[in-house]
Write a protein that binds this ligand. Sequence first.
Ligand SMILES: [Zn+2]
Ligand SMILES: [Zn+2]
Length: 245
Amino acid sequence: MTFREKFNTLKNGAVDFFFPPRCLCCGKLLLPADPLALCPICLASYSLAARLPCRRCGKDTADCTCCSDLLVSAGVYRVAKAAPYLPEEENSPVRAVLFSLKHENSRDAKAFVARELARAARRMPEDLSGFTVTFVPRGRKGRRANGYDQMEDVSRLLAKELSLPWEPVARRSPDAKEQKDLDRKKRIENAKNSLLPLPALDAKGKRYLAVDDVLTTGASLAALASLLRSAGAAEVRAAVFAARG
Ligand SMILES: [Zn+2]
Ligand SMILES: [Zn+2]
């Protein structure tokens, strides 16, 4: 164990002592035997939601890997999904986990999302050996406000879980707008111009698993996939935590 790992273990132990882990959805104190991040009841409701059928292929969301036309046109033919994204649903565990991930930099939320992404990725029909894990970088505005990029952390954890290498490949262009402030058409346009390859990027012949927290139009993932394909990547697959059906 390195000093940093020892320090983190001690720090996390102290955090758990003073702020015992609570269910990210209902706030109930978690028992040591309880699963990670959600209490058994909220986890059951999460698992039920993951079985909602996909509107395109009819499979459970957690088993569906189908892609929107936009993703297909960017050369992505498989997207693993952990759960459906239903923003209008109050008290949804998916929404609660996303909130803790985005706004609270929650360690439990990151670990939960990474584990769920790993489960979704492992359900893909073809295996992922030879793939490198990467992520859609978030906008400067989001990063400035929170000081961290949650998907950078989550994708690192995911790479560890899948025993795959991890690599950041892109950054946001300084004049990109926030995707969530735009309508569908403008999102696609904005996303296209929003990502720049990192100077050290060498994607020639490589296969990437690109991850993101939420999939709505797919514009951000499509932009990342296009960037990787133009840099010579052989294949890009995607995995998302919450996908709109
Ligand atoms: Zn709960
Ligand atoms: Zn589907």
